[in-house]
Design a protein around this ligand. Structure first.
Ligand SMILES: [Zn+2]
Length: 95
């Protein structure tokens, strides 16, 4: 069973209670070609061989920086999502 002693816990605990959608990986910005799992840091990318191609994305969070609008997202791989969904109350968004 996964506990707070798991090495990934500290990395991903800020995602507690967040809602996710399972989908094909796509970066929010064209300038970005990859993201990392919020827990295990495994790489997501459409372009990089061996990288994850799908996973759990948080509901997008708009924010403004230097007068421009951006959206923020976080990605979690399937393995980490399943490992931590009970401990950290990770939710699947109901459509
Ligand atoms: Zn992971």
């Amino acid at each position: 069973m996964i506990t707070k002693d798991d090495w990934r816990y500290d990395l991903g605990k800020n995602l507690k209670g967040r809602e996710f959608v399972f989908k094909q990986y796509k970066p929010l910005s064209e300038e970005n070609d990859h993201d990392h799992c919020g827990f295990c840091t495994e790489k997501f990318s459409q372009l990089i061989d061996g990288a994850l191609k799908e996973g759990y994305q948080t509901i997008l969070e708009p924010f403004t920086w230097n007068g421009k609008d951006y959206e923020n997202d976080e990605w979690v791989c399937s393995e980490c999502f399943n490992d931590f969904k009970d401990l950290l109350d990770l939710k699947i968004k109901k459509s």
